[in-house]
Design a protein around this ligand. Sequence first.
Ligand code: G6P
Length: 618
Amino acid sequence: MCGIVGFTGPVGGVDALDVVMEGLRRMEYRGYDSAGIVVQADGALHTRKKAGKLANLDEALSLDPLPLGVTGVGHTRWATHGGPTDANAHPHCSADGRLAVVHNGIIENYASLRAQLTDQGVVFLSETDTEVAAHLIGRAYDELGDLTEAMRVVCHQLQGAFTLLAVHADAPGTVVGARRNSPLVVGRGEGANYLGSDVAAFIEHTRDAIELGQDQVVTITAESIDVIDFAGAPAVTKEYHVDWDASAAEKGGYPTFMAKEIDEQPRAVADTLLGRTNAAGHLVLDELRIDESVLRAVDKIVVIACGTASYAGQVAKYAIEHWCRVPTEVELASEFRYRDPVVDEKTLVVAISQSGETMDTLMAVRHAREQGAKVIAICNTHGSTIPREADAVLYTHAGPEVAVASTKSFLTQITACYLLGLYLAQLRGNKYEDEVRDILAQLARIPAQIQRVLDSMGLVRALARQMADARVVLFLGRHVGFPVAMEGALKLKELAYIHAEGFAAGELKHGPIALIEQGLPVFVVVPSPRGRDSLHSKVVSNIQEIRARGARTIVIAEEGDDDVRPYADTLIQVPRTPTLLAPLVTTVPLQVFACELALAKGHDVDQPRNLAKSVTVE
Ligand code: G6P
């Protein structure tokens, strides 16, 4: 996700450019595709911004140096609204260029705000949601003459998740920040103060930090830090001392990127859901620029993907067929084009890829388009090849995933698939708008439920450490629990190098049951008894069958499911969710298990052996 740095020091002190650029370098690990900086000097603001890596910005700065200044703000951007171009890079300025803003997050209501501003004659120079905030804060400043107040007032107009930093040419030595659902920390220095998306931004200068609460505005000068809430009242903040080293700071204090990314899942799912409804609460997918008549005429959906993304596709199949009544196939991208698939103009192909660069998936996309199919990409990386070649794209907002094996991408891919399924169901008349709204409301509750799962993982971690010597682990699931079982097995293979298989629980009797022997660990993902009762009772029977043959059963079931209790050697309870949405919570214990077990074996979970994050060969 975007990285933000703000700095203000004493007159005649160090050059803000150096401090801000160094902070941006420290936050490179967050991933970005463009960068920019603004420095206050000589009663004006001076900005430079460039697509691509910081080296491009460095070059622009050496060709056209900035004047010396002691107050500055910088930004590394991970594109969400608008591609990674110079124009879309931050900072963005008000019309008169006197105010500059950088932003992390998504302003959900930006489209309507932009329309209002355009009606009032404002000319936009970028495709970003951020530029709306720049114009609004600039105008508010002109009216109020106070940057803190201008920020506070405008925050009330914004919906969604955002961290904003602003500087104004007429407020020298001052940087104002605000946050809602997006991170911002303050660094308290000696005669200089700092703002950052995380402490990595200023860890070279100070380890005294202040965590901002939700909906707070902070104003820093070289000598002062003032925090108020969005109502304008002085706010309570939490001061702390950072004792991580710089490399731990990059991981937000987590031992590994994977641990951090697993923990980021509530936010990642919430962000993926943001901005998908209009003022009336109806699901709108603005990004899907495929004619509605084409989507109505679709008679088959084919999901293509590789690895973890293909299991997200398997979940999509259950949801899309149930909600839309369109036959849906899921195919490994590497198999798709070599089996001469039946695809034509009425086929909708959904290509799921975190990186947007997986060669197998890209080749399958090209093949599908050659056959006349329309392709929608579900992707996490703006400007990558697969969305560029697809007819339309639905972005997940997981933020950069650094660990090679996917975790937060999986949950956000599933979330995006649900959104696509609901959109098609609404468009094609399979679901009424109120039905769609009900499911969206259920989805909106899921991030908090994922958080509850994460908060209760002590049992799973202890189990993983106990099982560090396991040589084989099986995973069983049924219905949407089947792809979850396969993903659980894949995570264990990838991270812990343990032979693991996921099976459909109903297939057990047709073969895999022969593998069961004394002490063999078997995870079972149990469907909700509130879904199809017969399915639940069949899985409970499966647990009994394997336990009778000596398996050690580790059962993932929803809270209140007492039927499984007698047959579970270990019972992992997850919050109740609607049947189709359950993978968003049942997957999490399996990720934590694989990660913890691999760590117990001393493996590098961020870079497992033989694996690559983007596989750009077929
Ligand atoms: C690689 C990674 C997997 C990932 C797969 C698909 O094999 O190791 O973790 O699931 O690629 O990646 P994509 O970027 O297309 O989602």
